[in-house]
Design a protein around this ligand. Structure first.
Ligand SMILES: [Zn+2]
Ligand SMILES: [Zn+2]
Length: 178
């Protein structure tokens, strides 16, 4: 396999799960919903990769938990790392930004479900906020934020619109599937 120097890699705390992303990563979206706060112990700061670009290099100890019918969450049975959020029918996978080996070039694009945020912290001023799960963040072109790309990130002309149903963010009436 050809290893491009722009290949992004990441993994969990104990190293049992490793992944790679061959294309551009979406800017980071921080989710303050109740599910993410419980799962991570704080908030879910997630970048995302197109499915075609994403590869699980090693998936030992990886478990999936579905807190609603809308999505499942990938975590480590062994070390407890939160890694992935995978929405049903979406062509990308959300990846916990803290699991990346190298996060250079990524920035926080917006905060979502801020209506559910904890009282003990603030949100940096100037960054867009959404009270629910609706946001619109430009997914860069394939070359946009590769590690070897120029620092001045060019944005793709089209932004994709995200609408996550309220039920997924709360999900407390939906039984877990796993
Ligand atoms: Zn681990
Ligand atoms: Zn969330």
């Amino acid at each position: 396999m050809h290893i491009s120097k722009s290949l992004r890699t990441g993994g969990c705390l104990c190293g049992a799960v490793r992944y790679s992303v061959a294309g551009a990563l979406r800017p980071v979206v921080v989710c303050h919903c109740t599910q993410c706060r419980r799962m991570t112990g704080h908030v879910m700061a997630a970048t995302a990769a197109r499915r075609a670009d994403f590869r699980l290099v090693s998936e030992r100890e990886l478990k999936w938990y579905a807190a609603s019918n809308e999505a499942r969450r990938g975590f480590l049975r062994r070390c407890g790392s939160t890694l992935f959020w995978e929405g049903v029918g979406r062509d990308y996978i959300s990846i916990a930004a803290g699991s990346l080996d190298e996060s250079r070039g990524l920035t926080i694009a917006c905060h979502i479900f801020v209506a559910d945020k904890g009282d003990y912290y603030g949100i940096e001023p100037g960054t867009p906020q959404s009270r629910d799960g609706t946001f619109s963040v430009a997914f860069p072109t394939r070359e946009g934020n590769r590690l070897d790309a120029a620092p001045a990130g060019r944005r793709a002309p089209g932004a994709f619109l995200e609408k996550r149903r309220r039920r997924d963010a709360r999900g407390d009436r939906t039984p877990a599937r796993e």
